[in-house]
Design a protein around this ligand. Structure first.
Ligand code: C2E
Ligand code: MG
Ligand code: MG
Ligand code: MG
Length: 286
């Protein structure tokens, strides 16, 4: 029997599910605490040019260091934050923090890096995302052309016309827009040619099939051709293995690469040390 409790959309189907539901509520309470006591942190993963292997930007990825449980990854708490509405507060914090850090790296004389921040569909349903983004830019003094927002297709599917307007208003701030996890949602080519996206990110599930699975190769090739035709930057995400990298380099020399083969997500101080040593990212050879 599915039932609703309060504002939380947690539905119980069987005893095992019920346990998940209770944990989600506990997690939600801990998450409120996490926001208040600064247990959230941003890690940064480089994006690398496939030709020069120079770093061109970073993606901010949220981490939660729970007092007792240690590191909790976003897949375990972002959905809870989305359902409870806490994502607005967390998202606003992430925007502020990422813009502040990008500005600090600029001021420290590091090469200009584009800062990418993930925005989930739920963040666009409450409050005013445009005002939140503008505030983060103003407070940090980060020029808007250094900021990229990564959005997913869920936003477009769930919100239709509202999403179109929102995307237009975000774009007017002068930042770049990226379509994340491309190919996994209800990908519609209409989005790509009617909305002002600057970049598409090919989901890791397709990269993982390289180089041996003909289907993955065909999909990746098609997405890259599409990106080229529409003059969008293409990012291959989640590159882990040298053979995935070799395959991309051979067939598709003009894209951006992101993955643990080059560099895993790192804390700001660790990445800064790494960048001071070199801004080129050689793939780690297995
Ligand atoms: P995403 O935006 O698609 O981020 C890419 C994910 O792939 C990250 O997982 C990253 O750590 C992981 N990744 C990168 N390279 C590799 C690789 O070589 N191998 C493997 N196996 N994984 C790799 P992460 O950090 O766990 O984040 C998961 C998702 O959580 C993100 O997917 C994004 O949708 C969401 N997320 C993360 N931070 C935020 C945030 O600040 N706000 C919002 N709204 N969502 C966030
Ligand atoms: Mg992303
Ligand atoms: Mg992605
Ligand atoms: Mg994802």
């Amino acid at each position: 029997v599915a039932k609703r409790r309060g504002g939380h959309r947690i539905e119980y189907f069987d005893p095992a599910q019920k346990r998940v539901g209770i944990n989600a509520i506990t997690l939600e309470n801990h998450l409120r605490h996490a926001i208040r006591y600064n247990e959230l942190q941003l890690f940064y993963q480089p994006k690398v040019c496939s030709r020069t292997l120079e770093i061109t930007g970073v993606e901010a990825l949220i981490r939660w260091y729970h007092r007792d449980r240690g590191l909790i990854l976003p897949e375990h708490f972002v959905p809870v934050a989305e359902r409870s509405g806490l994502i607005s507060e967390i998202g606003a914090w992430a925007l502020q923090e990422a813009c502040r850090q990008a500005r600090a790296w600029l001021d420290a004389g590091l090469p200009a890096l584009r800062m990418a921040v993930n925005i989930s569909a739920a963040q666009t349903q409450r409050g005013d995302l445009v005002a939140t983004v503008r505030q983060a830019l103003d407070d940090s003094g980060l020029p808007p052309e250094h900021l990229t927002l990564e959005l997913t297709e869920t936003l477009l599917v769930e919100n239709g016309e509202h999403a179109r307007q929102l995307i237009g208003r975000l774009k007017e701030l002068g930042l770049a827009l990226s379509l994340d996890d491309f190919g996994t949602g209800y990908s519609s080519l209409t989005y790509l040619h009617t909305l002002p996206f600057d970049e598409i990110k090919i989901d890791r599930s397709f990269i993982q099939g390289l180089p041996h699975q003909a289907v993955s190769r065909a999909i990746v090739n098609a997405i890259l051709a599409l990106a080229e035709g529409l003059e969008l930057d293409a990012v291959a995400e989640g590159i882990e293995r040298p053979d995935e990298f070799a395959c991309l380099q051979e067939h598709l020399p003009n894209c951006t690469l992101q993955g643990n083969l080059f560099c895993p997500p790192m804390s700001a101080p660790a990445l800064q040390d790494r960048l001071r040593a070199s801004t080129r990212f050689q793939p780690a050879v297995a």
